[in-house]
Design a protein around this ligand. Sequence first.
Ligand code: ASP
Length: 430
Amino acid sequence: MAENKHNKLLMAILIGLILGSIFGIIFAFIEPDNVIRQYALAAAAPLGTLFINLLKMIVTPVIIFTLISGTASIAPSKLGKVGVKIIVFYLLTSLMAIIVGLIIGNIMQPGTGIVLAESSKEIAVKTPPSIIEIFLAIVPTNPFDSIAKGDVLPIIFFSIFFGIALAFVRDSKDAQIKEAGDVVFKFFDGCSQVIFKVVGWVMMYAPIGVFFLIFQVFTQQGAEAFGPLLHVTIAVYIGLALQMFVVYMLICAAFKIPPVLFLKKIYEPWLTAFVTRSSGGTLPVSMNTAETKMGIPKGVYSFTLPLGATVNMDGTTIYLGVCAMFVANAIGASLDMGQQMTIIITAVLASIGTAGVPGAGAIMLIMVLNSVGLDLSEPNVQMAYAMILGIDALLDMGRTSMNIVGDLCGTCVVAKMENEMDMSYWDKNA
Ligand code: ASP
């Protein structure tokens, strides 16, 4: 989407949020059994649900097409020592990120104090399956069945497998096989372009959808709903700050990469990610930083950074953890240890499946919520989700910038481990 158009859309979503809140607060003053208020709420509900349905519609295709085309672009020749190290790094830091997110969620308890839909029934949060069951369920016995049911984890698993196999086929020495691989790659790459067009169109309805969803929240809540929104934003940003200033800084120090200098060097990609809200869009800037400011050879960063922009989303992982707790608290169902364990696994996998484009994390939040039984067909869950969606741009800026920092941190660590980093770039005066 052209930058200008994109900014206009963000503005329109914000206006949808503000107008929805204003109209909602006005209607909150009307007696609950007043006919006009009841009609307004009844009319708003389907128009809000329409937006949720549109979002659900794009989850599966977005994951399949972007993951397959993303992983298939990685040259298999690079999947050597560097490949293994960076994959382990990305997985471990994503795990740390979700732990940070859940710790913050448990301490700050975002979403408490919201009372949604006076008439709606209580939701029993589903007992999660055991860890072994979750791991086994990740491997689809029939990928097409998983696609039909919209089971996201097996879809992610299969798409990565398929994408890597496709990368090998494209790399084949047999010209015929290679050509066939290139055709399949072009097909999926084309499909991912198409689905992003569809996402763009769906998002055009976002201002209206957000308006009607937020209208319902504020009609039932009055102005009190602002507090929880501020609360969850602060919680997400504290989580992001911890990941940056504690986790990454400790990792840098452990690998003898000057932490303060690292912070100075990442400023440009960090800021670019913050304003563009796209890991993919920031990739050229991160690559330039790795090359010209960090002394990392192309052989390392040309693999680690695109891979990171596709699968490593630490900021998104934190956001998923904090926001899942927000939604659970908002509907009055707190998440126990077992459910939080489920979130650890699903959030890490969801972040892997998140495309590096604006707003993708919010789509993946749907599946994390689903994994603990917070179903979006339930009106209360819809409204709590809409509250998050209303402030998504704000949260997306922070989480995208942290996604990028994680990729650069991993790239530095792997380059250092491989003795491939030119340390003259890290002299204080460099
Ligand atoms: N916007 C994020 C990124 O590009 C993904 C997300 O929405 O979480 O990294």
